[in-house]
Design a protein around this ligand. Structure first.
Ligand code: COA
Length: 251
């Protein structure tokens, strides 16, 4: 597919993408790279990160991978600082790491609930907190003419109404949406950081879909969709590019 954006729309920018080695996160990493950004991907599984970095580099993208768990504050700090050490600046933080499984509320242990809250909600906050220093206007690596950086949080639409077997994820994504609005207000005002969220519906060919929607549900679900098809990772990556680049800024 041909990109609607100029090939250099994020040239010179450095993006750190949690969950950036698989699913929607990897497509965002790839499209940011294809449009000129250097990318650091963070994830828990070394072999997945290694293979993502290899595939990004094979496309000519300047990429590096860091193993880490967003639930561990020391990992968040190390990965943010390593990204800065490696590339000399951080312009964009994408929080795409997420945990998910289908379970009824009565079968979900409090620790299971907490696990997803920790990954999605607390993990997102921790990453934002660690990256603030580098993203804020005038922060390390930013020249006096640079604006502040960008934070992009990937959530979902489950919690807009109610979804079966997703109480933990719905609570976690609602928390992230709240953080997105609060940071947009407070860090936009104080530090010139643009904070946005993208809430994908069902997206094909992702770990989320294969985990959450068995084939028969998947094909039925399409009948209820306005375009009779699932979204594509590309759709989300293009929205991410729009929100993270200067494409939407009025001169
Ligand atoms: N059903 C019910 N409870 C579950 C569960 C399931 N399928 N999977 C995990 N849990 C519960 C565990 O029972 C445990 O609670 P307990 O101690 O009370 O028993 C708690 O969650 C932690 O489980 P654990 O296996 O130790 O967690 P983990 O840190 O190894 O893994 C997950 C975290 C569970 C979220 C993991 O599946 C994950 O991260 N998956 C990949 C990400 C993903 O799904 N991406 C797509 C996003 S849409």
């Amino acid at each position: 597919m041909e990109s609607p954006f100029r090939a250099d729309i994020v040239k010179g920018k450095v993006a750190l993408i949690t969950g950036g080695a698989s699913g929607i996160g990897l497509e965002i990493s790839t499209q940011f790279g294809n449009h000129g950004a250097s990318v650091a991907v963070m994830g828990r599984r070394k072999h997945i990160i290694d293979s993502a970095v290899e595939s990004l580099r094979s496309l000519g993208i300047s990429a590096i991978g860091f193993q880490g768990d967003v639930r561990k504050p020391e990992d968040a700090k190390r990965v943010v600082e390593s990204t800065f050490q490696h590339f000399g600046r951080i312009d964009i933080l994408v929080n795409a790491a997420a945990g998910n499984f289908l379970v009824s509320p009565e079968d979900l242990s409090p620790n299971g609930f907490r696990t997803v809250m920790d990954i999605d909600a607390v993990g997102t906050f921790t990453m934002c907190h660690e990256a603030l220093k580098y993203l804020k206007k005038g922060g390390p690596g930013r020249s006096s003419s640079d604006s502040g950086g960008v934070i992009l949080n990937i959530t979902a639409t489950l919690h807009y109404t109610a979804s079966w077997y997703q109480i933990h994820v719905s609570a976690a994504k609602a928390a992230v949406d709240a953080m997105t609005r609060n940071l947009a207000l407070e860090w936009g005002t104080d530090y010139d950081i643009r904070v946005n969220g993208i809430a994908p519906g069902p997206i094909g060919d992702t770990p989320g879909m294969s985990k959450l929607a068995p084939q028969e549900i998947d094909s039925k679900a399409r009948d209820y969709m306005p375009l009779f098809k699932l979204g594509e990772k590309w759709d989300i990556a293009m929205a991410a590019l729009y929100l993270s680049s200067d494409a939407g800024l009025v001169a």
